[in-house]
Design a protein around this ligand. Structure first.
Ligand code: BGP
Length: 469
C-alpha cells in the first residue's frame, strides 16, 4: 500500500461507536434493573481497575446533548449506541416507561445535533435475573430477548433506521463461559458453544420480528438490520503445517464463518459443527431450529477491528479442564504491539477482511463499526493548555487503518463508513478507565468534564474532507 494521501468516497460516513453500559451510568435510576456488569461490580469491585465499577459510565445520561454536538463538530454524521435491555424492560418483560422515555430523549438529542443514531440491542449486558434463569443456555431467555427486540422495534420503529441485534456475539461465550475471564468465570468449552448457539437463535428471532414489523408498517420502510462482530482475520506462521491450517480453520469457523454464514445464508457452517461433534461437543438443537436460523439474514454488517488473531496448532488436544483445544496463539516475531492493551496493531487486517468479504460474501455491504486505540492514561502528556498530547500515536493508528480502507474501496470493497470506538473516553469493562480511546478526554476528577485532545483536530479535518493524510 502506498503511504501517499488517500481519499475516501463522498458518501463514506464517519461516526462514533459507544454502548449503553459503557456510557450511561445512572445504573440504579429510572427503573433500571441489575445487569451482569452491575452484579459483578456489586460482588467484587476490586476486579475493576481503580475500583471503578459499572456504575461509572461516562455520564452520558446527563451530557448527551453536549456529546452529540461534539460528534457533529468532529464531522461525524452518525453514532452507534445500545439500548440496555435492563433499562428498557422491567422484570415482568414489559416496557419500563422511564426507560423508553430515556431512549426517546437520547435519540432526539442525536437528531437535534444532526447525528443519525444507530441502535444496537445488546452489548454484553444481560439482565442479571435472566442469567439466574439460565442465561443464553436457556430457551426461555432466547425467547425473552426476542420479546425485548420486538418491544424495542415497536417503541422506536418509526424513529430508527439502523438497527443491530448484537455486538460481538462471540465475546460473551468466550469471556464468560470459556476463558473464565468475566463473571461467572466458567471454563467450559461445551457450555460456551451452547451460549453461542442460543445467541444465534436469538439473533434470528429478532431479525424475523423486525421483518414482520416492517411489513406491517411498525418499523419504517427504509430501516435496515445488521449484526456487528469482531471478524478478526486469523493468520498463522509462514510455511504452516496441516495442523496449523486446521487451527486456522476452526478459529475462523467459530469466530467468523459461524456468524457470516448465519447472516448471509441462514445456516451454521457444517464443517465446524461436524468437528465439534467429533470432539464430543453437541449443540442443543431442537426440531424447528433450522427454520429459525434461516431467518437470520441481515441487510448489512458491522466489522469491529482492533487486532488480528494469529494461531498455530495446539500443543495438546485438551486443556486442564478437559476441554477440546483447537488452536493456540502464535506470536509473530514482527508484531507491533499496543502494550497498554496487549493487542497487536496490524492495520492491513482491515484490508484482508475486505478481501474475504469480496471473495466469499460479495453482495453484502458493511462498515467498520469499531476501531481505535486505548492507551494507558494517554501517557498523561499535556500541553500548556492542559490538552492531552495524543497525536503521535492516535493519528498514525487511525490514519493507517483508514488508508487500508480506502485501498480496499478502490478495489471494489463495499465498505460504507467508519465508526471510531469511544470517541469520547468511556468505561472499558474491567479495565474501567485504565486505557483511554477518545479524541476527547473525560476527566473523572471534575464531574466527567469533556476536554478535546490534540488528535481531535486531525480527525475533524479527515471527517470533513475525506482526505486521509
Ligand atoms: C470491543 C467492545 C467495546 C470496547 C472495545 C475496546 O470488543 O465491543 O465494548 O470496549 O472492544 O475494548 P476494551 O474496552 O476492552 O479496551
Amino acid at each position: 500500500m502506498s503511504t501517499m494521501q488517500a481519499t475516501l468516497p463522498d458518501d463514506f460516513f464517519f461516526g462514533a461507536a459507544l454502548s449503553g453500559p459503557q456510557t450511561e451510568g445512572a445504573w440504579q435510576s429510572g427503573g433500571k434493573l441489575e445487569n451482569l456488569w452491575d452484579r459483578w461490580s456489586n460482588l467484587d469491585l476490586s476486579a475493576f481497575h481503580n475500583r471503578v465499577g459499572s456504575y461509572a459510565g461516562n455520564d452520558m445520561t446527563r451530557k448527551a446533548a453536549e456529546d452529540f454536538e461534539t460528534f457533529a463538530s468532529l464531522g461525524f454524521s452518525s453514532a452507534r449506541t445500545s439500548i440496555q435491555w435492563s433499562r428498557l424492560m422491567d422484570a415482568n418483560g414489559k416496557v419500563n416507561p422511564e426507560g423508553a422515555a430515556y431512549y426517546h430523549r437520547l435519540f432526539a438529542a442525536a437528531r437535534e445535533a444532526g447525528v443519525e443514531p444507530f441502535v444496537n440491542l445488546y452489548h454484553f449486558d444481560l439482565p442479571a435475573y435472566l442469567f439466574d434463569r439460565g442465561g443464553w443456555e436457556s430457551r426461555e431467555v432466547v425467547e425473552a430477548y426476542a420479546a425485548y427486540a420486538t418491544a424495542a422495534f415497536t417503541e422506536f420503529g418509526s424513529e430508527i433506521e439502523h438497527w443491530f441485534t448484537f455486538n460481538e456475539p462471540i465475546v460473551e461465550p468466550e469471556m464468560r463461559y470459556e476463558h473464565g475471564a468475566w463473571y461467572p468465570f466458567l471454563t467450559d468449552f461445551a457450555r460456551a458453544r451452547t451460549v453461542q448457539y442460543g445467541i444465534s437463535l436469538a439473533h434470528a428471532l429478532a431479525v424475523n420480528s423486525f421483518r414482520d414489523l416492517q411489513a406491517r408498517g411498525v418499523v419504517r420502510p427504509d430501516a435496515q438490520i445488521g449484526l456487528i462482530n469482531c471478524f478478526t482475520p486469523p493468520y498463522t506462521k509462514e510455511n504452516p503445517s496441516p495442523a496449523d491450517l486446521e487451527a486456522v480453520r476452526m478459529t475462523d469457523g467459530l469466530c467468523n464463518r459461524w456468524w457470516l454464514d448465519l447472516v448471509t445464508k441462514g445456516t451454521l457452517p457444517q464443517d465446524v459443527i461436524d468437528t465439534l461433534a467429533e470432539r464430543g461437543v453437541e449443540l442443543p438443537t431442537r426440531p424447528g431450529d433450522a427454520e429459525i436460523l434461516a431467518q437470520g439474514k441481515v441487510d448489512w454488517l458491522g466489522f469491529n477491528y482492533y487486532h488480528p488473531a494469529r494461531v498455530q496448532a495446539p500443543e495438546h488436544g485438551t486443556d486442564e479442564h478437559g476441554n477440546p483445544v483447537f488452536a493456540r496463539e502464535y506470536v509473530w516475531p514482527d508484531a507491533v504491539m499496543n502494550e497498554s492493551r496487549g493487542w497487536e496493531i496490524y492495520p492491513k487486517g482491515i484490508y484482508d477482511f475486505a478481501k474475504t468479504m469480496q471473495r466469499d460474501y460479495p453482495d453484502l455491504e458493511w462498515f467498520v463499526s469499531e476501531n481505535g486505540i486505548g492507551i494507558e492514561e494517554d501517557r498523561a502528556e499535556r500541553d500548556d493548555a492542559g490538552r492531552i498530547m495524543d497525536a503521535s500515536y492516535r493519528v498514525p493508528f487511525v490514519r493507517d487503518h483508514l488508508r487500508w480502507i480506502a485501498q480496499a474501496i478502490e478495489e471494489g470493497a463495499k465498505c460504507r463508513g467508519y465508526h471510531y470506538w469511544g470517541a469520547i473516553d468511556c468505561w472499558s469493562w474491567n479495565n474501567a478507565y485504565k486505557n483511554r480511546y477518545g479524541f476527547v478526554e473525560v476527566d473523572l476528577a471534575h464531574d466527567y468534564r469533556r476536554l478535546p485532545k490534540q488528535s481531535s483536530d486531525w480527525i475533524r479535518q479527515v471527517a470533513k474532507t475525506h482526505i486521509v493524510d
